[in-house]
Design a protein around this ligand. Structure first.
Ligand SMILES: Nc1ncnc2c1ncn2[C@@H]1O[C@H](COP(=O)(O)OP(=O)(O)O)[C@@H](O)[C@H]1O
Ligand SMILES: [Mg+2]
Length: 256
């Protein structure tokens, strides 16, 4: 079992404090949802875990099995088993999707444990079939001209191929129609198991109808303000974020 611990994490962007003491522990075998209104710092949390240099950690710790993640470079974090599906995937012209994934897998494996071409292709075919992706997607340049839905599927494809210990999936449901949402959820559910943990960041409850979380965290104003079971997401669906912010005496989100 592996454990990802976020302890009293404070993060600033350009000297403005965005995260004000986030605490959260995720074990492999578990799926946690992080929900919250726009602008509360959900993507900032994801970026800080992965080591985006624009986000300054001013206080707190991130531990992966007691290893200091904040002391690791971005590539070391990936090798240690962390994966981030970003809210806005970038395009990399000139690098095909398949090349990118093969490189990403190899970067994570030791020299004597490389995946041979045949096994790689077999696995890629299988995962693309699972996600209803056409074969030509593998040979297209990474995210170039991909539709919103194709980009999201592709993020999940990378995750399935790389097999991280922990995947942080930031708004993988945004902009998806119901069919694409089901496919993406199928991909995430296929990864479920004792060796895999995930933080599913989402603004909406809808995704959680397809991916049943073990734990739901509500983030507001840069902190996790409430943690509970799946029923917490149902409550949000019924009340929006207003009920919880009133209960806790927090300012109402401008929009939710
Ligand atoms: N690169 C950035 N530069 C300046 N401010 C940013 C940047 N990224 C995020 N912010 C600000 O940080 C706050 C939290 O943003 P974000 O983490 O994206 O929230 P969420 O993902 O919950 O919607 C917002 O007020 C946002 O405007
Ligand atoms: Mg966000």
């Amino acid at each position: 079992m592996a454990k990802l611990e976020i302890i009293d994490l404070h993060v600033s962007i350009e000297d403005k404090e965005i995260l004000k003491g986030v605490n959260l522990t995720l074990n492999t075998g578990e799926i946690h949802a992080v929900m919250g209104p726009n602008g509360t710092g959900k993507s900032t949390l994801a970026a800080a875990i992965m080591g985006n240099p624009a986000y300054q950690v001013t206080q707190g710790q991130i531990l992966l099995d007691d290893q200091d993640v904040l002391a690791m470079e971005v590539d070391e974090r990936a090798r240690a088993g962390l994966f981030l599906a970003v809210q806005y995937p970038s395009e990399i012209p000139g690098v095909t999707n398949a090349e990118f994934m093969r490189a990403a897998i190899h970067a994570r494996r030791s020299e004597d444990d490389k995946l041979d071409v045949h096994s790689f292709i077999k696995k890629l075919d299988k995962m693309m079939a699972l996600l209803d992706m056409s074969e030509e997607m593998a040979e297209r340049y990474l995210n170039e001209g991909f539709s919103g839905g194709e980009k999201k599927r592709n993020e999940i494809l990378q995750c399935l191929m790389i097999e991280p210990k922990f995947a942080i999936l930031d708004e993988i449901d945004s902009g998806l129609d119901i069919d694409a949402l089901q496919v993406v959820s199928k991909g995430v559910n296929a990864m479920r198991g004792p060796e895999f943990g995930s933080l599913i960041i989402t603004h909406y409850q809808r995704l959680l109808n397809y991916i049943q979380p073990d734990v739901v965290h509500i983030m507001m104003e840069g902190r996790v303000v409430m943690t509970g079971g799946p029923e917490l997401a149902k409550r949000l669906e019924a009340e929006g974020y207003k009920g919880i912010s009133q209960e806790l005496g927090l300012a109402l989100p401008e929009k939710d």
